[in-house]
Design a protein around this ligand. Sequence first.
Ligand code: COA
Length: 175
Amino acid sequence: MELRTLPTADLTPAGRRELRALLDDAFAGDEHFSDEDWGHALGGVHVLARRDGELVGHAAVVGRQLLAGDRTLRTGYVEAVAVAAHARRQGIAGAVMAEVERLVRGGFELGALAASEDGAALYDARGWTRWTGPLRCLTPDGVVDGDDSWVYVLPVEPVDATGVLVCDWRRGSLW
Ligand SMILES: CC(C)(COP(=O)(O)OP(=O)(O)OC[C@H]1O[C@@H](n2cnc3c(N)ncnc32)[C@H](O)[C@@H]1OP(=O)(O)O)[C@@H](O)C(=O)NCCC(=O)NCCS
Protein backbone atom coordinates (compact mmCIF):
# COMPACT_ATOMS: atom_id res chain seq x y z
CA MET A 1 0.00 0.00 0.00
CA GLU A 2 1.21 3.51 -0.84
CA LEU A 3 0.34 6.57 1.28
CA ARG A 4 0.47 10.11 -0.11
CA THR A 5 -0.12 13.39 1.70
CA LEU A 6 -1.05 16.39 -0.40
CA PRO A 7 -3.00 19.67 -0.21
CA THR A 8 -6.37 19.97 -1.93
CA ALA A 9 -4.80 22.24 -4.57
CA ASP A 10 -2.65 19.30 -5.75
CA LEU A 11 -5.62 17.01 -6.42
CA THR A 12 -6.20 16.80 -10.16
CA PRO A 13 -9.79 17.05 -11.45
CA ALA A 14 -9.71 13.27 -12.00
CA GLY A 15 -8.25 12.79 -8.52
CA ARG A 16 -11.09 14.85 -7.02
CA ARG A 17 -13.69 12.77 -8.85
CA GLU A 18 -12.02 9.54 -7.73
CA LEU A 19 -11.96 10.75 -4.11
CA ARG A 20 -15.59 11.88 -4.14
CA ALA A 21 -16.60 8.47 -5.56
CA LEU A 22 -14.72 6.67 -2.76
CA LEU A 23 -16.48 8.83 -0.14
CA ASP A 24 -19.94 8.49 -1.72
CA ASP A 25 -19.51 4.68 -1.74
CA ALA A 26 -18.00 4.45 1.75
CA PHE A 27 -20.80 6.48 3.35
CA ALA A 28 -23.56 4.92 1.25
CA GLY A 29 -25.06 2.96 4.19
CA ASP A 30 -27.18 4.72 6.80
CA GLU A 31 -25.21 7.93 6.41
CA HIS A 32 -24.99 10.03 3.29
CA PHE A 33 -21.97 11.99 2.12
CA SER A 34 -23.40 15.40 1.22
CA ASP A 35 -21.93 18.29 -0.77
CA GLU A 36 -21.46 20.07 2.55
CA ASP A 37 -19.53 17.10 3.92
CA TRP A 38 -17.39 17.28 0.78
CA GLY A 39 -16.79 20.97 1.36
CA HIS A 40 -15.68 20.24 4.93
CA ALA A 41 -13.03 17.85 3.60
CA LEU A 42 -11.45 20.43 1.26
CA GLY A 43 -8.92 23.17 1.87
CA GLY A 44 -6.48 21.33 4.08
CA VAL A 45 -4.35 18.25 3.58
CA HIS A 46 -5.43 14.83 2.28
CA VAL A 47 -3.92 11.48 3.20
CA LEU A 48 -4.59 9.06 0.34
CA ALA A 49 -3.99 5.31 0.44
CA ARG A 50 -3.61 3.37 -2.81
CA ARG A 51 -3.25 -0.34 -3.36
CA ASP A 52 -2.32 -1.59 -6.82
CA GLY A 53 -3.11 1.92 -8.10
CA GLU A 54 -6.64 1.92 -6.68
CA LEU A 55 -7.67 4.57 -4.16
CA VAL A 56 -8.76 2.54 -1.12
CA GLY A 57 -8.47 4.94 1.83
CA HIS A 58 -8.61 8.62 2.75
CA ALA A 59 -8.67 11.17 5.55
CA ALA A 60 -8.44 14.96 5.45
CA VAL A 61 -7.04 17.32 8.08
CA VAL A 62 -8.46 20.84 7.97
CA GLY A 63 -7.75 23.75 10.30
CA ARG A 64 -10.46 24.88 12.74
CA GLN A 65 -10.52 26.83 16.00
CA LEU A 66 -11.96 24.99 19.00
CA LEU A 67 -12.45 26.55 22.42
CA ALA A 68 -11.80 24.34 25.44
CA GLY A 69 -12.58 26.28 28.62
CA ASP A 70 -10.77 29.61 28.22
CA ARG A 71 -8.30 28.27 25.64
CA THR A 72 -8.62 28.70 21.88
CA LEU A 73 -6.91 25.72 20.30
CA ARG A 74 -5.56 25.58 16.75
CA THR A 75 -7.18 22.31 15.79
CA GLY A 76 -6.47 19.80 13.09
CA TYR A 77 -10.02 18.63 12.37
CA VAL A 78 -10.22 15.24 10.71
CA GLU A 79 -12.83 14.76 8.00
CA ALA A 80 -13.95 12.14 5.50
CA VAL A 81 -12.16 9.14 7.00
CA ALA A 82 -13.09 6.27 4.70
CA VAL A 83 -11.89 2.93 3.38
CA ALA A 84 -13.41 1.15 0.38
CA ALA A 85 -15.85 -1.52 1.62
CA HIS A 86 -13.88 -4.39 0.05
CA ALA A 87 -10.65 -3.28 1.73
CA ARG A 88 -11.81 -2.91 5.34
CA ARG A 89 -10.31 -4.53 8.46
CA GLN A 90 -6.92 -4.79 6.78
CA GLY A 91 -5.28 -1.90 8.61
CA ILE A 92 -5.72 0.74 5.91
CA ALA A 93 -7.53 3.28 8.13
CA GLY A 94 -4.96 2.62 10.83
CA ALA A 95 -2.12 3.50 8.45
CA VAL A 96 -3.98 6.62 7.24
CA MET A 97 -4.67 7.71 10.83
CA ALA A 98 -1.02 7.25 11.82
CA GLU A 99 -0.14 9.86 9.19
CA VAL A 100 -3.07 12.07 10.31
CA GLU A 101 -1.76 11.90 13.90
CA ARG A 102 1.72 12.93 12.72
CA LEU A 103 0.21 15.94 10.93
CA VAL A 104 -1.85 16.88 14.00
CA ARG A 105 1.03 16.55 16.46
CA GLY A 106 3.39 18.51 14.22
CA GLY A 107 1.07 21.36 13.28
CA PHE A 108 -1.75 21.80 15.77
CA GLU A 109 -2.60 22.10 19.47
CA LEU A 110 -5.44 19.58 19.27
CA GLY A 111 -6.79 16.93 16.92
CA ALA A 112 -10.57 16.45 16.80
CA LEU A 113 -13.24 14.70 14.79
CA ALA A 114 -16.86 13.54 14.92
CA ALA A 115 -17.06 9.76 14.74
CA SER A 116 -19.45 7.37 13.07
CA GLU A 117 -20.08 4.05 14.84
CA ASP A 118 -17.43 2.26 12.74
CA GLY A 119 -15.11 5.21 13.22
CA ALA A 120 -15.56 5.23 17.01
CA ALA A 121 -14.15 1.68 17.21
CA LEU A 122 -11.16 2.79 15.13
CA TYR A 123 -10.44 5.88 17.25
CA ASP A 124 -10.92 3.96 20.52
CA ALA A 125 -8.44 1.38 19.25
CA ARG A 126 -5.95 4.16 18.40
CA GLY A 127 -6.17 5.81 21.81
CA TRP A 128 -8.13 8.92 20.87
CA THR A 129 -10.14 10.40 23.79
CA ARG A 130 -13.93 10.63 23.65
CA TRP A 131 -15.06 14.14 24.62
CA THR A 132 -17.60 13.59 27.40
CA GLY A 133 -18.18 17.25 28.33
CA PRO A 134 -20.87 19.47 26.75
CA LEU A 135 -20.50 20.37 23.05
CA ARG A 136 -21.41 23.87 21.92
CA CYS A 137 -21.04 25.85 18.69
CA LEU A 138 -20.30 29.47 17.82
CA THR A 139 -22.94 30.58 15.31
CA PRO A 140 -23.92 33.93 13.78
CA ASP A 141 -26.72 33.94 16.41
CA GLY A 142 -24.39 33.31 19.33
CA VAL A 143 -23.27 30.17 21.14
CA VAL A 144 -25.74 27.28 20.84
CA ASP A 145 -25.78 23.78 22.28
CA GLY A 146 -24.12 21.26 19.99
CA ASP A 147 -25.74 18.10 18.71
CA ASP A 148 -25.18 14.60 20.07
CA SER A 149 -22.11 13.91 17.91
CA TRP A 150 -19.48 11.53 19.22
CA VAL A 151 -16.48 13.84 19.30
CA TYR A 152 -13.00 12.44 19.79
CA VAL A 153 -9.84 14.41 20.45
CA LEU A 154 -6.14 13.79 20.18
CA PRO A 155 -4.61 16.16 22.73
CA VAL A 156 -1.23 17.54 21.73
CA GLU A 157 -1.23 19.51 24.99
CA PRO A 158 -3.24 18.30 28.03
CA VAL A 159 -6.94 19.16 27.82
CA ASP A 160 -9.88 18.35 30.12
CA ALA A 161 -12.27 16.26 28.01
CA THR A 162 -15.05 16.68 30.60
CA GLY A 163 -15.26 20.46 30.16
CA VAL A 164 -17.14 22.49 27.54
CA LEU A 165 -15.88 22.26 23.94
CA VAL A 166 -17.02 24.92 21.46
CA CYS A 167 -16.49 24.71 17.71
CA ASP A 168 -16.37 27.46 15.11
CA TRP A 169 -19.17 28.10 12.62
CA ARG A 170 -19.48 26.50 9.19
CA ARG A 171 -22.22 25.42 6.77
CA GLY A 172 -23.67 21.94 7.24
CA SER A 173 -22.92 19.76 10.24
CA LEU A 174 -21.07 21.84 12.81
CA TRP A 175 -19.12 18.87 14.25
C1 COA B 1 -14.21 3.26 9.86
C2 COA B 1 -13.36 2.74 8.69
C3 COA B 1 -12.65 3.93 8.06
C4 COA B 1 -12.32 1.76 9.26
O1 COA B 1 -11.43 1.39 8.20
P1 COA B 1 -10.55 0.02 8.21
O2 COA B 1 -9.48 0.15 7.20
O3 COA B 1 -11.48 -1.11 8.14
O4 COA B 1 -9.94 0.08 9.69
P2 COA B 1 -8.62 -0.74 10.15
O5 COA B 1 -8.58 -2.06 9.46
O6 COA B 1 -7.43 0.11 10.01
O7 COA B 1 -8.98 -0.95 11.69
C5 COA B 1 -8.02 -0.79 12.70
C6 COA B 1 -8.69 -1.14 14.02
O8 COA B 1 -9.79 -0.27 14.31
C7 COA B 1 -10.87 -1.04 14.89
N1 COA B 1 -11.99 -1.08 13.94
C8 COA B 1 -12.02 -0.54 12.70
N2 COA B 1 -13.23 -0.75 12.13
C9 COA B 1 -13.98 -1.42 13.05
C10 COA B 1 -15.33 -1.90 13.06
N3 COA B 1 -16.16 -1.73 12.01
N4 COA B 1 -15.75 -2.56 14.17
C11 COA B 1 -14.94 -2.74 15.23
N5 COA B 1 -13.65 -2.31 15.26
C12 COA B 1 -13.19 -1.65 14.20
C13 COA B 1 -10.31 -2.42 15.15
O9 COA B 1 -9.68 -2.39 16.42
C14 COA B 1 -9.29 -2.53 14.04
O10 COA B 1 -8.28 -3.47 14.32
P3 COA B 1 -8.54 -5.04 14.00
O11 COA B 1 -9.10 -5.14 12.60
O12 COA B 1 -7.17 -5.62 14.15
O13 COA B 1 -9.52 -5.50 15.04
C15 COA B 1 -14.24 2.00 7.64
O14 COA B 1 -15.01 1.03 8.32
C16 COA B 1 -15.17 2.89 6.86
O15 COA B 1 -14.78 3.49 5.85
N6 COA B 1 -16.45 2.97 7.29
C17 COA B 1 -17.47 3.77 6.57
C18 COA B 1 -17.21 5.27 6.65
C19 COA B 1 -17.01 5.73 8.08
O16 COA B 1 -17.83 5.45 8.98
N7 COA B 1 -15.91 6.45 8.32
C20 COA B 1 -15.54 6.96 9.63
C21 COA B 1 -16.06 8.33 9.77
S1 COA B 1 -15.72 8.96 11.39
